[in-house]
Design a protein around this ligand. Structure first.
Ligand SMILES: C[S@@+](CC[C@H](N)C(=O)[O-])C[C@H]1O[C@@H](n2cnc3c(N)ncnc32)[C@H](O)[C@@H]1O
Length: 283
């Protein structure tokens, strides 16, 4: 691969901050990430934000096909040239914003593996998007700012445990793949990065509606994290009175004086089922 600094300079371009363009500049690191994904020649991989191709090149050699969604139109000719120089023909580049992309439609009847060195300002949104379409995404390898990765890995009871961690842990098994230092990027970011692996799964007995309610309950519980569950969930966006919340907590066997960050995924499931039941009985 050509060094991103050199490639941009040659084409009179610059790395855009608003698009989170910190390109991987160390080919050994990009190769290590691809090796650790374990992708093979049978797999179709969706790459989010291929940039100048640091990951795309080793990835295309390892898998059957890469579908690469890149928002920045300016850098696509450079990526195409990098691929052509290496004789790589199994990459389809789509010039689009991933947040406006129908990934389900892209997948068609196939299952996808997703990989992305993401712009940090939209990484949580992308992860949430993948969770909602996990019927077509088997696993994902995503790079995050290290602090966010630590929060996602935090178990219930840890002070870093959050709304997003609860939702992600409900939908996937998470593992740390690698920590990556700033000197592996151009331009150098101010923060450390971590690649995480997500193996998505479906939970038995949880339909689409149950899941929507569960995510709302988790959101409401974390909306006022310093308050007890009873206070945080009452009179909020769930539209439940204090009395109803009290009954739901009791039916779920959860002490109302606990706080959101102490509830594990199963307890959130029990609580959302209890909320669903008590609200149906009320209406
Ligand atoms: C951190 S750079 C990583 C580039 C490349 N994968 C690498 O590792 O060197 C993020 C890439 O995502 C692209 N990008 C930013 N926002 C995007 C969006 N909403 N949809 C698709 N691509 C986006 C940027 O233009 C950039 O190429």
């Amino acid at each position: 691969m050509t060094h991103p600094g050199e490639l941009l300079k040659k084409n009179s371009l610059y790395a855009g901050k608003e698009l989170g363009q910190n390109f991987l500049s160390n080919p050994a690191t990009a190769q290590m990430i691809v090796d650790r994904t374990g992708v093979d020649k049978e797999m179709i991989v969706l790459e989010i934000g291929p940039g100048l191709g640091a990951i795309t090149l080793p990835l295309a050699r390892a898998c059957k096909q890469v579908v690469a969604v890149e928002k920045d139109r300016r850098i696509i000719p450079l990526l195409e040239e990098e691929l052509a120089n290496e004789g790589i023909r199994n990459v389809t580049i789509i010039n689009q914003d991933i947040l406006k992309t129908d990934i389900r439609e892209l997948a068609g009847t196939k299952k996808l593996v997703v990989i992305g060195n993401l712009p940090y300002n939209i990484s949580s949104q992308i992860l949430f998007q993948l969770i909602t379409i996990r019927q077509v995404v088997t696993r994902a390898f995503l790079m995050f700012q290290k602090e966010l990765a630590e929060r996602l890995l935090s178990p219930a009871g840890n002070r870093n445990y959050s709304r997003l961690a609860a939702v992600v842990q409900y939908a996937s098994k998470i593992e740390r793949v690698a920590d990556i230092r700033p000197n592996n990027f151009f331009p150098r970011p101010d923060v450390n990065s971590t690649v995480l692996r997500f193996d998505f799964f479906e939970t038995k007995g949880m339909g689409k509606e149950d899941e929507i309610l569960l995510f709302s309950v988790i959101k409401a519980a974390f909306s006022k994290r310093r308050k007890t569950l009873h206070n945080a969930m009452a009179d909020g966006e769930l539209g439940l009175t204090k009395e109803i919340v009290g009954i739901a907590l009791e039916n779920a066997g959860i002490d109302p004086s606990r706080r959101a960050e102490t509830l594990n995924v199963q307890e959130f499931i029990d609580l959302s089922k209890a909320v669903g039941k008590v609200s149906t009985n009320e209406s």
